[in-house]
Design a protein around this ligand. Structure first.
Ligand code: ZN
Length: 500
């Protein structure tokens, strides 16, 4: 599903590039490596020439010797045109020796993101790879900035400085045989708008007090070697990579060599999948309260790094580039798209095999919503009426054999909620599987606003998509009931079934 989604998006986004990438694919077919060869193949992306030319030349020479000694093959490319899914599959480690994170083709970006997430390739990057911002008329590649620890390039030391690098994680395989601290000469020492620490594992940092000559271009906490454990690919980034002298530094080449060997090892098992939670802060208080509880509930699932949960309150994140990097989107209290563009991006995400778990107000729609696709996605359900105030209700489990409701009692009393009745009932649609309904025994339900009759599904799935809608999601009591929590865990696990 996920692969199909990536291909579909790739074709969609790269229509203009198809002819050029097709010829690039033809060129690489001649050198296609067998699977066993791929295990020993290093792909090196370089610019050659320019101000890093000396470093690149020296590093390529060092890599040639390293590869010969360790039995690797080397493939050097000087732009990202050949990069696609098939091409990356022929290589074990992607060495971004001297190349910026912009001016990549859409197809190359998508293939790279997927390979890093899925761990089908290892990655060792240097210096220039952290040139994250708007450069040469290219907007920043947000995914890459996140991958690097949520940083944006700020400044550098143009006159260069020598400095002391301090190893923080002496036991990490990349630091095996490396001095506890060592001097790096003539480096540009990029600075960023913030330290990536907290979003990445820092292996070494630079002591800014040791700059010779001294410089006031500093960032305080200044990591210089790190890896991102939030993806399956083994990856290492080095901030160094400016000067040819680096290759004469034994500590640097030891780290370089260790990094390649480590990145060539088996991919991480975790995280299994990536969740994007969206919530809106400008909604009624009870829906904000639920979002707060929901964020805590799902974030607690990340203990042990089994999954990644990112939280956003920006509906602008509903765009192709952002959505394609998540296995599932959870909408806690708002529709998955406000503008036509955001809605179209969500539609493409779902049509391409994405997953969605929506709660309560996320499924609210009426005559003002003006989004027919979404109404159909919900099984034709349009908001009709609700009980008030919020209260507990007896819920009927419609099918205890479905993976989402397996093992549940035939009915349970839910914690208090404001229940939405939709009309027409989604049960009328052939492609809707109703999992839980409000029992007719509740009628009349409500004191101020009362619901007296009618079909009342509260949890269902549109079987044309990988989605579940749950009407729970109003107030502070939703997650207090183990039976209901069990239902929510099951729903998430079912939606993520292909990742287990
Ligand atoms: Zn509500």
């Amino acid at each position: 599903m996920r692969i199909a989604r990536f291909i579909a998006i790739a074709v969609l986004l790269t229509g203009a590039f198809i002819s050029s990438t097709a010829s690039a694919a033809n060129n690489t077919r001649a050198t296609k490596a067998l699977p066993s060869q791929a295990d020993k193949s290093l792909l090196v992306l370089t610019e050659r020439g320019g101000q890093h030319g000396g470093f690149t030349d020296a590093a390529m020479q060092w890599l040639t010797t390293f590869a010969a000694e360790k039995g690797y093959t080397l493939t050097e490319i000087n732009d990202t045109k050949p990069i696609n899914k098939e091409f990356l599959a022929q290589h074990k480690v992607f060495i971004q020796l001297d190349y910026v994170p912009y001016n990549w083709s859409e197809e190359a970006k998508i293939a790279f993101e997927q390979a890093i997430f899925d761990g089908t390739i290892g990655w060792v990057g240097f210096h220039h790879a952290a040139l994250l911002g708007d450069f040469d008329g290219h907007a920043m590649w947000q995914w890459f900035a996140d991958y690097m620890g949520g940083i944006r390039f700020k400044n550098y030391i143009p006159e260069l400085a020598s400095a002391e690098v301090v190893v923080e994680r002496k036991n990490h395989p990349v630091m095996r045989g490396v001095s506890p601290s060592f001097t790096i000469s003539n480096e540009e020492w990029y600075t960023f708008d913030r330290s990536p620490r907290g979003r990445v594992e820092v292996l070494a940092s630079v002591d800014e007090q040791s700059y010779r000559p001294a410089s006031d271009i500093t960032m305080g906490d200044h990591p210089v070697v790190w890896h991102n454990p939030r993806v399956k690919a083994r990856n290492v980034f080095f901030l160094m990579g400016h000067d040819a002298e680096l290759i004469a530094n034994k500590d640097f080449t030891t780290m370089f060599s260790n990094a390649i060997e480590w990145a060539a090892g088996p991919a991480n098992w975790f995280p299994r999948f990536r969740v994007l939670i969206h919530h809106n802060r400008n909604v009624e208080e009870a829906h904000r309260q639920f979002a707060e509880d929901g964020i805590r509930f799902f974030s607690e699932m990340t203990i042990g790094d089994g999954l990644v949960v990112d939280v956003t309150d920006r509906i602008e994140d509903f765009n192709d580039e952002k959505l394609r990097t998540y296995h599932i989107v959870i909408s806690l209290n708002d529709n998955p798209g406000h503008t036509a563009e955001q809605r179209a991006a969500f539609e493409r995400y779902m049509e391409g095999g994405g997953a969605w778990l929506g709660f309560h107000a996320a499924g609210y729609n009426d005559s003002r919503t003006q989004w027919q696709w979404f109404v159909d996605f919900l099984g034709g359900a349009v908001f009709h009426r609700n009980n008030w105030p919020p209260q507990s209700a007896k819920l009927i489990v419609d099918d205890t054999s479905h993976p989402v409701t397996k093992g549940m009692p035939a009915s349970y009393i839910s914690p208090q909620n404001e229940w939405y009745q939709f009309k027409p009932s989604p049960r009328l649609r052939e492609n809707v599987k109703v999992l839980v309904s409000l029992s007719e025994e509740n009628y009349p339900i409500g004191f101020k606003d009362t619901v007296t009759d009618g079909d009342f599904p509260v949890v269902w799935s549109n079987t044309d998509y990988n989605m579940v809608y749950m009407n729970m999601g109003h107030g502070t009591r939703i997650f207090v009931d183990p039976t209901q929590n069990y239902l929510i865990y099951n729903a998430l696990r079912w939606l993520m079934r292909e990742q287990f």
